[in-house]
Design a protein around this ligand. Structure first.
Ligand SMILES: [Cu+2]
Length: 301
């Protein structure tokens, strides 16, 4: 009985290790958010993220495991075979040309092997396909603000729900927010990321995106939505005292819901501009900024 239980436990340990390595966790991992007790990567909500996970699970992880076991075996061998008792008179030589060639070449070959898989992935991440939707995310101390230039949605502020509100809504505290990013399903989304004050980072594990939000500079990431749902991320660049209160929520919705959301939040197109032909070119951006500022400062619903 005890032996059987031991066997089962050992079997379970091996199986869960294997499952995590294959990114097929035995527990029901929730898409778009962390899982209690989870040790593998979050399930992928995007094709690029799936490829990145495969690169991690099938290329990096086996290499790490093999190297760790190899080093452990070497250490064990040295400790047993060459301790003071087993080997009272140590060898005096200091160099071994053959061995030095091997331990220089072996890491080079391993790195070239990794590069053969990682570089194509990096290039794919770098080449943003034609985006269906572009939005801007700005990291501020300590909140995110978002803007949809093409949809005429002015910059709005996103803050985490309070502990009571998230409990009431059945949403995860410090991940759920009042004003999330909303994007349509099945679309390529490009996110322009900047910082307003200090360095922040835009990080959404399920989409495999992470980029630093730098003041005075625009970085970009992209992802392709596949399934409706809530996807959570966080600022993961230590940015000050309320760093942990900068969650990111992306609501992936169907196209009609997205269109309705845009219709509700878009500011009317600037129809007044053609009515004033005498306005100088310099005055137009100033007027745009003036209308945008109160929206930014306020807390949109
Ligand atoms: Cu931050």
């Amino acid at each position: 009985m005890a032996m059987g239980r031991l066997k089962t436990r050992a079997g379970f340990a091996v199986a869960s290790l294997f499952a995590s390595a294959m990114a097929l966790p035995a527990w029901a991992a929730t898409l778009g958010m962390p899982t209690d007790g989870g040790i593998g990567l979050q399930p992928a909500g995007d094709q690029m993220r799936r490829e990145a996970a495969q690169f991690h699970d099938l290329i990096l992880l086996p290499i790490i495991v093999i190297i760790s076991l190899f080093v452990l075996a070497l250490l064990t061998w040295i400790v047993i075979r060459y301790n003071k008792k087993a080997n009272p008179v140590p060898q005096k030589f200091t160099h071994n040309t053959k061995l030095e060639i091997v331990w220089t070449l072996a890491p080079v070959i391993i790195l070239v092997f990794i590069a053969a898989f990682s570089f194509p992935l990096l290039f794919k991440y770098h080449d943003t396909p034609k985006a269906d939707l572009t939005l801007k995310a700005t990291g501020n101390q300590w909140y995110w603000s978002y803007e949809y230039p093409d949809q005429h949605i002015a910059e709005y502020v996103s803050n985490p729900l309070s502990e009571a509100d998230s409990a009431k809504a059945g949403l995860p505290y410090k991940l759920a927010v009042n004003n999330p990013i909303v994007v349509p399903v099945g679309k390529t989304v490009k996110v322009l990321v900047a910082g307003a004050d200090v360095l922040h980072a835009f990080f959404i594990p399920a989409f495999g995106v992470q980029v630093t939000a730098v003041p005075g500079r625009i970085n970009q990431v992209w992802f392709q939505t596949e399934k409706t749902g809530r996807y959570y991320g966080e600022c993961n660049e230590l940015c000050g005292v309320d760093h942990s209160f900068m969650p990111i929520e992306v609501d992936v919705v169907d196209q009609p819901t997205f269109d309705a959301w845009v219709a509700k939040h878009a500011t009317p197109a600037p129809a007044a501009a053609p009515a004033a032909p005498t306005t100088t070119a310099a005055a137009v951006p100033a007027a745009t900024t003036a209308t945008a500022t109160p929206v930014k400062a306020g807390a949109p619903a």
